[in-house]
Design a protein around this ligand. Structure first.
Ligand code: GCO
Ligand code: MN
Ligand code: MN
Length: 357
């Protein structure tokens, strides 16, 4: 149906690393070839996306010298502009290089911490060059397998120092950049520090420059922690800190799956969409997910279309939920002190989602 076709106004974005995922997993080698960034931009533009996000290393190989970097960035900008696309967010890869295996900003080794800060600063520069005003910081290696190796209080102190160095850099340069911290409970570390969005929000209050630091809640990460993604988003909104969002899905209790948005839990996804749409969120609807490992490139575009289509269908369901006289009547009654009719309300929602209402 045409009404579920994505358009630029819907502000859908994808990480280059998401549709570009080659299907490697801890047990198996890649199953599909890398897709060049320019091709990703063109294909996503044709599908109705608004833009792309990227890690520094997704675009510029870490081995590139200054001249190569300039050439790659200029060419990429040409393609992005030519397609009417945007790059609203960049992020930094502080997890792939073996040097970061025992932490980047929280490494006990000052030399490693310095490298992490330098790399993050360069990724912030790259974002500014590409017109991004959000910088996502996901501390994938900021954790431990054993607390014998690091004291959690010390790690938090180092983490704070690292983020303070980045906000100082942003202020000194006069950049418009705001940092969005992304929490995850585990993978690739046994335990990652600040494992939930709620933990990140409390931590932000301890920073030197909390105004330009917010959160990037990820649906799957909250679910990995056994929590409700829509509640994490609500708490971030309540604190004025929802700077960005990572949409995907996850079956609780499994490995980190990065499933297509809405593919595991439609009701949970409905409430995520409702929180974003009703909560005044103006930022990108960013998908951080990837296609099943069974897929070839055609399946990857099918996956990307599916993320956006499901979001748009759920957005329409949200509208109908808010306009449904019986549902709204029951909520009004509850607000007026009437008895809760939660079974009835939930079944009405199920009917709505299943398309019989
Ligand atoms: C993951 C994370 C990453 C980050 C990305 C941006 O579970 O691997 O969600 O995809 O979002 O690295 O910093
Ligand atoms: Mn993730
Ligand atoms: Mn993510």
């Amino acid at each position: 149906m045409a009404e579920y076709e994505p358009h630029k106004e819907d502000r859908f974005t994808f990480g280059l690393w998401t549709v570009g995922n080659v299907g490697r997993d801890p047990f198996g080698e890649p199953v599909r070839p890398r897709i060049e960034p320019a091709r990703i931009v063109r294909r996503l533009a044709a599908l109705g996306a608004y833009g792309v996000s990227l890690h520094d290393d997704d675009l510029v190989p870490p081995t590139a010298d200054a001249a190569e970097r300039r050439g790659i960035v200029a060419e990429f900008r040409r393609v992005v502009d030519g397609e009417g696309m945007r790059v609203p967010m960049t992020t930094v890869n502080l997890f792939s290089d073996p040097v970061f295996r025992d932490g980047a900003l929280t490494s006990l080794d000052p030399g490693v911490r310095r490298r992490a800060i330098d790399k993050a600063r360069a990724a912030i520069d790259l974002g500014v060059e590409l017109g991004a005003d959000i910088f996502v910081l996901w501390g994938g290696r900021e954790g431990v397998e054993t607390d014998a190796a690091k004291d959690a209080r010390e790690a938090l102190r180092l983490y704070r120092e690292g983020i303070n160095a980045l906000t100082r850099y942003i202020r000194d340069r006069g950049y418009p950049t705001r940092i969005a911290l992304e929490a995850k409970p585990n993978e690739p570390r046994g335990d990652i520090y600040l494992p939930t969005t709620g933990a990140m929000l409390a931590f932000i209050a301890t920073l030197d420059d909390p105004d330009i630091v917010g959160v990037n809640p990820e649906v799957a990460h909250e679910k990995m922690a056994g929590l409700r993604a829509a509640h994490a988003i609500a708490q971030a909104q309540d604190a004025g800190k929802l700077f960005h969002v990572d949409l995907n899905d996850q079956h609780p209790g499994r490995y980190d799956q990065d499933l297509r948005f809405g593919s595991d839990d439609l009701k949970g996804a409905f409430f995520v969409v409702r929180a974003l749409e009703n909560g005044g969120y103006q930022g990108p609807r960013h998908f951080d997910a990837h296609a099943y490992r069974t897929e070839d490139e055609e399946g990857v575009w099918e996956f990307a279309r599916g993320c956006m289509r499901t979001y748009l269908i759920l957005r329409e369901k949200v509208r109908r939920f808010e306009e449904d006289a019986e549902i709204q009547g029951l909520l009004q009654e509850a607000r007026a002190g009437g008895k809760p009719r939660n079974e009835r309300l939930d079944q009405l929602l199920v009917d709505l989602l299943l398309g019989v209402r």
